[in-house]
Structure formats: structure tokens, C-alpha cells
Design a protein. Sequence first.
Length: 385
Amino acid sequence: MLKRKLPPWLALLALFLLAAAPAAHAQAESLPELIRRVKPSVVSVITYDAKGEVALTGSGFFVRPGQVLTNLHVVEGAHRAEVRTFEGKGKTYRVVGLSSLDEDGDLAVLSVEMPAERASVVETAEAAPEEGERVFVIGNPLRLEGSVADGIVSAVREVPSLGRIVQITAPISHGNSGSPVFNMKGQVVGVVTIRVMNGQNINLALGSPRFGSLKPADRLVGFDELAARSRDAQRPDSISDWWYRNGLNSLWLGNYDSALGYFETAVNKNPQRADAWIQVGFCKVKQGKNQDAIRAFEHALRLKPNSYEALNKLGDAYYYAGNYYKALDAYKRAVSARPDLAEGHYNLGAVHLELGDRAEALAQAHLLKPLDAALYQKLLREIGR
């Protein structure tokens, strides 16, 4: 039997239809469709005091089967806790302890006693959201379980030791602490916290890379042990830590003047805190006081010589001071200390451009591509100017 050849125009039409089929299938979901798909991954978190009465409520979401991420402040001081799912009429499961803690990030991963197959695990976004990007939040505001709010990303900031802070316009209320912030692909771009609202109607979330790096600890932390840790934090020898944490709170809001006062007090109380010296330098850069910032970063490096964060920020201070060769050296040392530091490769590309070395900037873009797609595109745009 002879095979008939398709006319050229018909062959092209067939190829077009085959190519268009996946694109049609991959059409963006509507917001109601997205909500139906991701809502089973979100839970309410209920904590109880020693008398068995409700102490505090918040929100959370499954990051692994039987593992729920929420804000640490939601469960601090609790005698016990449980989570309730939003599927159907909802099911309640007991929290048996905390498998991970991140005190600076105000994060806790709860270990939940439940069948693994009942957990719907979220997908986290690798790239940072863009300003103006549409997002939505699902949580437990004012105990109104499963409530949805939408808005846009109004700003994304980088804060040393914390990472990305995502500012959103979606309305947030008490009980939303620990809620996931979803993009329009159903990926989590941040986790809500309201601890630094201060009545300014500014809604903030900690970016997904921070909780994406949280790993289960070797053992569970019980609620009694968590309460003991909280009591220890109130001791006089922890006063430097108190000032440091208040400085972080101010950084969440981008209030660098206030944050600097807290961090300077922290280093006065404990001059051996490299992390506090880094924050002092960061705030000084934001104030345009680059020489003061350089001295603070150098102090941090005397305490912690291989701190990639101090080296990277030292490079920033030299860059903004117009000393590109010293910035180049600091960025190189930062990337040497941590080769997967996407921001470091971007900074190297940017400073090579300032020095007129476009070829080396392109080489850094090549290294950056598998690390951070958004920064890679940003650097390419700079190179193309």
C-alpha cells in the first residue's frame, strides 16, 4: 500500500495544531480553580493552655507529609496544639512536637500525627515574585477557617540573615500568621507574619527560600522544652539577642534608622556578635554611609572570616562607594566561600560591567542561570544595555 504524502500546507497546519494543543491545555487556571486545588494544603493551627482552653489560633500549610509550617509565635507558650484541615467538614489532628525551628525567621515545622496520604503538600516557588504580581492568601483570620484574600506584591526586599521579605496588599488579620501566600500558578512565594504590623496596614511575608531550606531536626522538640527555651530567652545574658530581634522587626518594615539603633545596642551589649555587625553595616549602606558600613563589615569578618554574607555586603559597600576593584575582590571571596550564592554571581557580573569587562559579565550570567532564573534575566538586561 502506497503512503500518501501530505501537502506542505497541511503538514504545517498539523504541526501548528500539535504545538498549540499543549499550550491550550496549559492555560492558566482561574482563581476559583486555583483555590480549589491548593486549599487542601492549608490548615488552621489551634493551641491550648494548661487548662485546655484555646490560647491562640493561626494558620499553616503542609511542606511534607505530616509536617506543617507555621509561625513560631503561634505555638510559643502552648501546652499542646492541633491542626484542622479545610477539606470537606475538616479533620483535626494532634501535633506531637516541633521538627524544625527558625527563631530569627519566626518559623516552626509542626510534626502532625496523621496518615501520610491525607496531607496535600504545597509546591514552593524558586524565583522571587515580581512587584505588581497577583497573589492570594488562604488562612484562618479571626477563626474564619479557609478564608481567601487576594492582592498584589507591592515590594520585595532583601534582608541579611532573613532573605526575601514580600510585601503584599492582600488583607491580613490575626489568625493569618503562618498562612501561605500563593502566586497564580498555585506555588507558595511566602509565609505571612503579622508580628511587625504596628498599625501601619503593611502586610508582610517571609520569602519561600527561607522555609525551603528548613530541614527536620534529629529529634522532636516538645512544648515543655519550647516553653523552657522561651523562659531562657528572657534572662539578662540574652539582652543582646532581644535588641537584635527588635532590629530584625524594624528591617521587616524597611525602617533602617530604627533598626540601626537596635543593632548598635546589640553590638554594644555583645561586641562578639558577627551577625549584628553585619546588620549594622547593612543599615549604614542604606543610609548612604558606606565608609561606616565598610568598617562594620570588616569588624564582622574579624569575628567570622569566612562569612559569605559579610563578604557579599562588604562588596556592596565598596560598590556604592565607587571602589569597584575592592568590590570585585569582596564579591569573589563571597562566591568562593559559597559557590551557589546567586546574588554573589549577579554582583560579580554587575561590577565587571562597571569595569568594562562584558565578557566576564557574560561568564557570570552563565554561572547564574541555573541558580536564579530571575537574577539571570536581570543581569542579561544589564549586559544588553
